[in-house]
Unconditional design. Structure first.
Length: 284
């Protein structure tokens, strides 16, 4: 069933004694705004975890493949779309028609294309460019973060030469003792209906993936990460009833204990009085 409502949403999640998103330009230490000291996490990192969850719970199910993953090259997947569509195409089809059919094939068969969109204009078999109906901003920490470099001892050395100087060596890992992050997102019913075909069933899966995206992604490097809150604003029409920033401002988070070291060191204030035509939903 197609989407008839625009949505905006807010995610609150935290990290304890971990590195939620390493910065390759800074020795893979947690990402931080150099001017303000606030931490941030890229949209790419968040969408990766959503993709991973969908692949786990929908593996092998038609229509729920994941395009952006390191199994095969993207161009190989694009050529498969052409192979499938060639069986249905009329010899008189123009190049633009073939590309559109290939694009529609990718949207139909790949959840992440249907949801987030994709640039698929590379190689000999281009499938066009799709702007996804679901967009997520960078997550930003509520308070400035304190990055700590922890010295660790490693007993397994990598070469015989290094073994000659001893059985152990020192290493480092960078962690944030605690941080609460906020990310905001949007769902465009207009793009879903006109371009990608995102359905209400896909949207339910997206909410489940957001709620559970850390539950099957635990690692020693990332520490303890938890999705704490998911707030959804549902508009009663395709184009929406209110600007998103007005809705986002209805959720404020304030620090009540410094330095924060747990979720309860923050107070979440929610103004549930919504503009006409907007429904407020708290999913967690």
């Amino acid at each position: 069933m197609s989407i008839n409502n625009r949505y905006d949403f807010v995610m609150l999640f935290d990290v304890e004694n971990g590195n939620p998103n390493g910065d390759p330009d800074a020795g893979n230490t947690p990402r931080v705004d150099a001017e303000t000291g606030f931490g941030y996490i890229t949209d790419v990192c968040i969408k990766r975890k959503i993709r991973n969850y969908v692949e786990l719970c929908k593996e092998g199910e038609a229509g729920y493949n994941i395009l952006i993953k390191p199994d095969r090259s993207l161009n190989t997947k694009f050529s498969e779309a052409y192979s499938e569509e060639d069986k249905k195409s009329d010899q008189k089809d123009k190049k633009a028609d073939i590309v559109k059919k290939a694009r529609d094939h990718m949207c139909k068969n790949y959840f992440d294309v249907r949801t987030f969109g994709a640039v698929m204009s590379t190689g000999e078999y281009p499938c066009g460019i799709v702007r996804g109906p679901v967009q997520i901003n960078f997550a930003r920490s509520i308070s400035p973060v304190n990055i700590q470099d922890v010295t660790i001892t490693r007993q397994a050395r990598t070469s015989e030469d290094r073994m000659e100087t001893g059985e152990t060596e020192m290493g480092k890992k960078s962690i944030i003792p605690y941080a609460l992050y906020r990310a905001e997102g949007y769902v465009s019913a207009n793009l879903a209906n006109k371009v990608t075909g995102l359905t209400e069933e896909d949207l339910d899966l997206l909410w489940d993936a957001i709620i559970n995206m850390f539950e099957n992604d635990h690692s020693a490097a990332r520490g303890k990460m938890c999705m704490r809150k998911l707030y959804i604003f549902k508009h009663n029409c395709v184009l929406g009833n209110c600007p998103s920033h007005i809705l986002f401002d209805k959720i404020t988070v304030e620090e009540v204990s410094a330095p924060p070291r747990k979720f309860n060191d923050y107070r979440i204030n929610v103004d549930e009085k919504m503009p006409d035509g907007v429904e407020f939903i708290s999913r967690i």
